[in-house]
Structures are given as structure tokens and as C-alpha cells.
Design a protein around this ligand. Structure first.
Ligand SMILES: C[S@@+](CC[C@H](N)C(=O)[O-])C[C@H]1O[C@@H](n2cnc3c(N)ncnc32)[C@H](O)[C@@H]1O
Length: 324
């Protein structure tokens, strides 16, 4: 695997200390318990957690990984939020492994060249499920909307909570296929997601990296990414309003479901959307998140939005449409 940025001497020194310390602790655990006994798919019982926590304290691991990351990353803003000083540590090291790809789970000796991939995996854990082709029911309203846009208009599209950008490029490819000049911007919370999306690289997941949709050479569709939050995003380049805003897998889910956040999210939509613009909200949440999405739907109606579709695939417009 090619390292995306060069390793600094400070990082390499700290990594040697890290590996010595955590390998030794892991060996001690194995001696006491007759072998490590976490494997992918194991139930993480309170007893297993207690054993691991006695030898491999998760808050210390989180701190040591943060220090390593700060020595390795080219910019502080790329630090995964899971390593920020105010982020809650995982319940135990097995709980942490369970969120990671196989390359990083089950051991604590880290390779210098794969450390950036581990950081990318922390910023984009597999539970995020970011991928292409996740919201096929959005295609019909999207094409219907596109047909209604004057052909000469340079369209502006925003993808809020875009993750590593696979869906953003999919949107761009759809416009590119139809020869529609456009600017497509993806906004997401993690600095490393912005890096991965902008570079079209997923160092932790080469399989998924192959699924970045490609645009034709000399395309009239420009794609860009910024770090930001759906509750207060403002364009740094003060562009015009957006004709279409997409927000998938975010609104009403675990990242954004409290009423103040939902109202702030609606403020963002109202500030950034052109008066005749369209908002598409999709999700693949399980039923437990449905009340969060329905809360958003109620607030939107109270604020004068017209809604159509269903809770996992909604269309919102400012102009009156048939009532939901
Ligand atoms: C479940 S993923 C969805 C990614 C992509 N839209 C999709 O549907 O495939 C949610 C994404 O939102 C980002 N995120 C979390 N909180 C956010 C916020 N407040 N504003 C913008 N993005 C956020 C996460 O980093 C993550 O990439």
C-alpha cells in the first residue's frame, strides 16, 4: 500500500514506543487468559470487557493513538473525531476492533505504512455504509427535477453529510451523462473524509475505492468538498443559492435528531436553497430512527415546507405542493 503522505521521524519514533508498549500489554493479557479470545463476531460480554480493560485501558489507547496521529497527519484538522480529546473512549479494545476492517482488528502492532489507512478507517468506519447505488428511489425525482431546469443554467448542487463522496460523484456523473454544466459540492464532518473524497482514495478500503464514479474528460461538472456541519454550513466562497440539496443517511439519525439540531438543519436548508429549489432526504436507517426522521418532518411542515415521499426518501420544497 502506498503511503498517502510521508512518515515523519517523530512519528516513526513514537510508533516504535507504541508497538513495544501495547504488544507487551497484549501478551500479558494472553498469558493471564490463556490466549486472546476476541475474534470477529464474538459477543463482547461484560467479563471479556473487564479482562481487556484491565490490561488494555481504552482511554490510554485512544490518547496514544491521538499522539501518533498528530505526529503523522499533515494537518491537525484531519484528526478523526474519534481521537479528539473530548471524544468518549470505546467501551473496550474489542469494542473498538469490532468497528474496524479486518486489517486493523485483533492486534495492536501497527505498521508505519498502514497507519494512515487506520486513521481513514476511524474516520470512515464500515457502519457508515457510504457507497454508490444506495438510494435508487431518488433517481426518478432527481431526473424529473432535472428535466424542469432550463438547459442553459449552470446548476449548483450540495450534498450534506457526503462522507467519503461516493454519492456526490454519483450525482455529478448523472449530470455529466446528461451534459448539464454544474457545480457539485459535498460537505461532511470529518476532515479525513474530505481528504478521501477530494483525492478519490480510500486507503483502508481499496475495493470500495474502485467504485468512485468517473466523469468524462473536460467535463462541465465541477466537484469540490468542504468540511462542515449540516446544522451551520456556510459557503466559504459565498456562491449563489443551491438548486438542489441532497442529504442522505444523516438527518433524523444518530448524528442529527434533537429538535435544536433539526431546526438548525432546516435553517441551513432555508438559507442555502434557491426559492424554487428541491431537497432530497434519504436514509437506510432502521426503524429505531424513524421517530427522529418524523420529528424532522413535523418541524419542516410547521416551517412551511411541502413534503412528499416517505420517511426514508423525502422530497422537500418551499413552494406549495400537495400537503403531506
Ligand atoms: C451514514 S453517513 C452517510 C454518507 C452518505 N451521505 C451516504 O448516504 O452514503 C453520515 C455521514 O455524515 C457525516 N456527518 C456526521 N455528522 C454530520 C453533521 N452534523 N454534518 C455533516 N456531516 C455529518 C459523517 O461523518 C458521515 O460521513
Amino acid at each position: 500500500m502506498t503511503r498517502p503522505w510521508p512518515a515523519t521521524p517523530a512519528f516513526l519514533r513514537r510508533l516504535t514506543q507504541f508497538n513495544r508498549r501495547w504488544r507487551q500489554r497484549h501478551r500479558c493479557l494472553a498469558r493471564w487468559t490463556g490466549g486472546g479470545w476476541w475474534a470477529r463476531g464474538s459477543v463482547i460480554s461484560p467479563e471479556l470487557r473487564a479482562w481487556y480493560n484491565a490490561f488494555l485501558p481504552p482511554d490510554e489507547l485512544q490518547r496514544d493513538l491521538r499522539l501518533l496521529a498528530l505526529d503523522d497527519l499533515p494537518q491537525r484538522s484531519l484528526l478523526p473525531s474519534a481521537l479528539e480529546p473530548d471524544a468518549p473512549p470505546p467501551l473496550s479494545v474489542p469494542d473498538w476492533w469490532a468497528t474496524l476492517n479486518d486489517d486493523f482488528a485483533g492486534h495492536l502492532d501497527l505498521e508505519p505504512d498502514s497507519f494512515p489507512a487506520l486513521l481513514c478507517n476511524l474516520a470512515d468506519p464500515s457502519r457508515m455504509g457510504t457507497d454508490t447505488g444506495r438510494y435508487p428511489e431518488q433517481t426518478a425525482p432527481l431526473l424529473d427535477w432535472l428535466d424542469r431546469q432550463p438547459a442553459s443554467n449552470r446548476l449548483r448542487l450540495l450534498d450534506l453529510g457526503c462522507g467519503v463522496g461516493l454519492g456526490t460523484y454519483e450525482l455529478a456523473a448523472l449530470l455529466d451523462d446528461r451534459n448539464r454544466p454544474a457545480e457539485v459540492r459535498g460537505v461532511t464532518a470529518e476532515g479525513l473524509e474530505v481528504w478521501m473524497a477530494s483525492h478519490r482514495r480510500l486507503p483502508h478500503d481499496p475495493c470500495r475505492q474502485r467504485r468512485f464514479p468517473t466523469l468524462r474528460p473536460h467535463t462541465a461538472v465541477a466537484v469540490s468538498f468542504r468540511r462542515g456541519h449540516a446544522e451551520d454550513y456556510c459557503d466559504d466562497d459565498a456562491g449563489a443559492a443551491y438548486d438542489l440539496i441532497v442529504c442522505n443517511g444523516l438527518a433524523g439519525g444518530r448524528f442529527l435528531s434533537a429538535p435544536p439540531q433539526l431546526n438548525a438543519f432546516l435553517d441551513t436548508l432555508e438559507r442555502l436553497l434557491a426559492p424554487t429549489g428541491l431537497v432530497l432526504l434519504g436514509n437506510r436507517f432502521h426503524d429505531g430512527s424513524r421517530p427522529g426522521v418524523e420529528r424532522l418532518m413535523r418541524l419542516a411542515v410547521q416551517r412551511g415546507w411541502s413534503l412528499s415521499g416517505h420517511w426514508q426518501s423525502l422530497q422537500l420544497e418551499r413552494r406549495p405542493r400537495r400537503p403531506y
